[in-house]
Design a protein. Structure first.
Length: 234
């Protein structure tokens, strides 16, 4: 492993990578001018696909890295995986229904929701740091470099590949957030409640702390040119 991860942390990274985006990805897309409708659609599709792909990928990682966690794998426990993913799909479906049935209302709520989103993100960042305050240094040393690199690379590929394919900037931002902002809560829940291993949840916990400032910085960089262009000439 390039980052010298233990087998447990390596499987934890694979579990995180296999987890789809969530409402946080949609939130970042909304804040930084991404195509929210596209982002919500991608999240819904990815969540449905991940119900099947996540157990397969995790089982492969368990067999390949052979971590000492005392579990046989995730593949036959689709029922528990479905229960966890219900938490992802419900808010996404609600968002799709609101935008489809009440588009005018959705437009009116754009500014207040954006302002509320900033407050929520700040609260989540602070909450994440407080929750992990006792072990955050050890976790960052163990899994921080790999989680940081994974987040940066995912956000970068998610933005520049769509731009190379001639997609508009809002669509590229949506793709970047969907690919780069994984649902660490799903990965942690599966690691602890299904596989019974706190160690497997460490990469997702570290990623959950790092992804907020990294995604916020990426969003500012992606929208920098657009905001400059929108400023009126003196």
């Amino acid at each position: 492993m390039g980052f010298g991860l233990s087998p447990v942390l390596a499987v934890g990274m694979m579990l995180l990578a296999a987890s789809p985006g969530g409402t946080t990805a949609n939130l970042f897309s909304h804040l930084f001018g991404g195509d929210v409708a596209l982002n919500v659609t991608l999240t819904a599709v990815n969540a449905v696909l991940a119900v099947v792909t996540l157990p397969i990928i995790t089982n492969f990682a368990l067999r390949y890295f052979e971590p000492d966690i005392g579990q046989d794998g995730l593949g036959l426990q689709f029922g528990k995986v479905l229960q966890v993913f219900a938490l992802v799909l419900v808010p996404v479906v609600v968002g799709l229904v609101v935008r489809r049935r009440a588009e005018a209302f959705a437009r009116r709520m754009d500014r207040p929701v954006r302002q509320l989103s900033v407050a929520v993100l700040v609260a989540v960042i602070i909450g994440s740091l407080v929750a992990e305050r006792d072990d955050i240094v050890d976790h960052l040393v163990e899994a921080g470099p790999a989680a940081l690199a994974f987040c940066v690379v995912s956000l970068t590929i998610g933005y520049f590949v769509p731009r190379l394919l001639k997609l508009d900037k809002p669509q590229a931002i949506a793709c970047s957030m969907e690919i780069g902002v994984h649902n660490s809560a799903v990965a942690m829940t599966l690691a602890i409640s299904v596989l019974g291993s706190v160690g497997l949840a460490v990469p997702a916990a570290v990623y959950g702390v790092l992804m907020y400032p990294v995604a916020a910085l990426a969003g500012m960089l992606m929208t920098r040119g657009s905001r400059t262009a929108e400023e009126p000439a003196p």
